[in-house]
Design a protein around this ligand. Sequence first.
Ligand SMILES: [Zn+2]
Ligand SMILES: [Zn+2]
Length: 651
Amino acid sequence: MSAMSLIINPEKTRIEVASEQTFLEVLKSEKKDRWKEWVAVKTQNGTTDLTRTIGELGSGEHEIEWVHRDSPEAQAVYRHTMSHILAQAVTRLFGDARVVLGIGPTIENGFYYDILVENRAIQEEDLPAIEKEMERIIKENYPIRRFSLPKDEAIAFMRDKHQLYKVELIENLPEGEAISFYEQGDFVDLCRGPHLPSTGIIRSFKLLSLAGAYWRGDEKNQMLQRIYGTSFATKEALQDYLQYLEEAKRRDHRRLGPQLGLFHIDTDVAAGMPFFLEKGVITLTQLQTVWRQFHKEAGYIEVMTPLVMHEKLWHQSGHWDHYRENMYFIEKDEQNYAVKPMNCPGHIIIYKSQARSYRELPWKMAEFGKVHRYERSGVLHGLFRVRAFTQDDAHIFMTEEDIVHELTDLIHLIDRMYKVFGFAYRVDLSTRPENSMGSDELWELATESLKKALIETQVDYRINEGDGAFYGPKIDFHIKDCLGRTWQCATVQLDFQMPERFDMSYIGQDNQEHRPVMIHRTVFGSLERFFGILIEHYAGAFPSWLAPVQVSVLPIADRHIDYCQHVKDALCENNIRAQVDSRSKKINYKIREAQLDKVPYMMVVGDKEVEEGKVALRTRNGKDLGAVSIESFITVFEKEVKELSEHSLFE
Ligand SMILES: [Zn+2]
Ligand SMILES: [Zn+2]
């Protein structure tokens, strides 16, 4: 036995210990009956098990820090232990002769284990029984013991247990290294750790779902079953997370979009290329109208360019060299064409269609440009990851002196547009990537200009090293939705290369030719994707100005239909999107249908309303606003739409 010293951070408490003592013993004597709040220890060797002996640090004095269960490092320790408990439970239920284990890592927000049960596919219905067995293992509170073996013994040990995937994993580990295992009760698993000192410390977990997964992600290999789960240090944290998952599911645009008649995706005919339905187009058009209004006020003009252009254009732009894998090509009349993946070259063609003077600059050329970019089918995701989308694109052509001023104006424009939806945002500045064009001086000038504009507009930003476009640095705006998830939307890229490549020029005040600079920018990013974000942000209940149907007029009986028709006509004459539900259904049914369709207002009409020349007004949230005249409704409603209000002005 030899004496050692530990300095416990952050308090820097110094204690004398014996090398044979474990960290757990020290923790228990220091924290008394609160010791279970700490789940691991940080040492010079990284985060490690509490059950290890202090002597493993080597003789002398060492600094350590306990890992509290609320810290991010603790979550990994918890979830790692959970994945072993999951494997142990499956082994107990189906018998260790039949269960072959793959890997069981932790992931963001949880863990999984890939498992093969011979002659038996695990079903969703099995998950509760597996959970119950896991609870039993937690209750039985097995100490978790770490031990290691030389490589050849480790292989023999796992082969003996028929764990052939584990044998394969160990065979791929470097020679000469001791292989560590963790044992809890009658279950042993290959693992690096660290783990909790015993299974009883787990407070709360939940199995979430089941999926297929090829061994090592290779489809030539055996398909295993992946069981997903999550665990948190407290029951409250687990509840919050499960609630978040429920809420995200409820808001999922892939479900709401078709349900609300907004869009349809046919993976057989056009994977990643959405079909927009009548209601979806109405909402998209409203978005575009407001966008056009904001951009007109900011001095933009709008153009339209062809979808398909000759391949030589893309050689000149550099897309052929840098972006070919993502492009679609067409051959006709023995000529090669490309479907545009970006709008910039088209805008440059317009710029170059005649000689330009400094008096025309800065020239802000905008387009709702439909672009096509190939993505692997595995990554496609509703409207979020697609192959065809509409960029709310614009290019600003300007002199070098205009750069900072134009960037500043642009940041203000983006800010103003995001405020319409109440989105907070974060900004990243991405710098020069490896595979880039252009000189050091120009990259420097471009990056500095972006920084200057961000400082001038007092926008906080962080640097994303090496993540710029191949032709220039960029700033990205990441908006935050109501669930706190972030989405990258607006981008602003400063570019000196494209004007060079296309030999663009303008005649300056000095009557000489000069090279313009250009900015590539979007605000929504992709119109389709932004639409998907809005569907989830509002859970389909769009503000009135965006709602496809704004008012549903509901006759109580057939004799009220004429009057309702008259109300609808009056609304439509005032550009209000209204409909009459004239089906012979009970009024409560019609109200419920309108609510499910997320129509902002319902006007219920019965004998009394017809007699008084009014309607009984309701909101989709079930609020009864009483009798109102059509005229007074129109006055308030028009204000609500004009202000792009997110909330009802009647409440
Ligand atoms: Zn483990
Ligand atoms: Zn561009």
